[in-house]
Design a binder for this molecule. Sequence first.
Ligand code: ADP
Length: 364
Amino acid sequence: MSFTKKDVEKILIELNSKEWVQNIQIFGNKLMIDAVSPSPALHDKKKLEDALINAFKDKLPEAEVQVKVTAKPKPSIQPIKGNPIKGIKNIVAIASGKGGVGKSTVTANMAISLHKMGFKVGILDADIYGPSMPVMFDVEDGKPRSIEKEGKSKMLPIESYGIKVLSIGFFAGLDQAVVWRGAMASKAIHQLIHDADWGDLDFLLIDLPPGTGDIHLSIVQEVPVTGAVIVSTPQTVALADARKGVSMFKMDAINVPVLGFVENMAYFTPEELPENKYYLFGQNGVKNLAEKMDIPFLGEIPIIQSIREASDVGRPAALQVNTIASAAYTEIAKNMVGSLAVRNKDLPPTEAVRITTMAGCSTK
Ligand code: ADP
């Protein structure tokens, strides 16, 4: 007695297994089924295979059944881990593999650019090895006040240029934070996020310490980080560390999407020779790495003396109007929001709604 594809589908529906079957082929009395297991574990795949074979033996004894089970590919984008923090729509971690590549400078200027675009922005300076936000935002003497809210004592971030800032440097002293390690630093950072009155924010940028250590692990595991931005110079040694940064965010235990790479110190142009570009750290290193790793490239920032000077006097360069520096930071901020919108589109609808309802960030 012969059987048809319809017969097989009917049996699969009875077995409640149709959704796991991707392909059915019939060759005479030979029935071949491709199925997809929701779990990659070998024993789960075997279980599904055996279940299908036994069921068909019973219900369609004339068929010689062959089942091939593969694991369902992991969705490229995972839902955000952890509970959302009330009022904060997106938490973006700014990371770098190597120290000194300009991660904090990018964080400060990206915050200003996002603010200029109309977003509400906060910065959490979690760089225990060198908290620099107090200097960059000219609030070195900042002492966050404590207020009572809903029966709890909350820290009030210090506001500068419209950005709400909390830095580990406000509490540990700019020279001492570096001695905070492991559990103590994680606890302090946890408090800065959860025990602060951030109000409503479209973006909370976290300036992470350089590298890929236990602090990173605890921050990204206990804070619902929406995505990460990785800053690097085009230099080979910096690129190798940037790659490590990407691997860290991709780890199963962390699983934070990388929104993009920023190439800092991309080239130098002397003021008197604006046409000349000198690629001191190599050319397009970060751009090429982004392409290779299939990660968005958010933009490049040249080496500009006024960027360093602006940071040192506590007035980030992105506050300038119509300069090469401010244009570069605006471009990067826009691309980061764009990358976030793409990420949000791939999220389950409830998750997407939670993080995309903000001005200028469309999921289309
Ligand atoms: P990180 O946070 O990665 O340690 P910083 O942001 O503190 O690095 O930057 C290191 C130094 O480089 C600072 O003195 C900063 O002002 C300077 N700097 C960063 N980016 C640029 C740039 N594009 N042009 C000139 N100087 C820069």
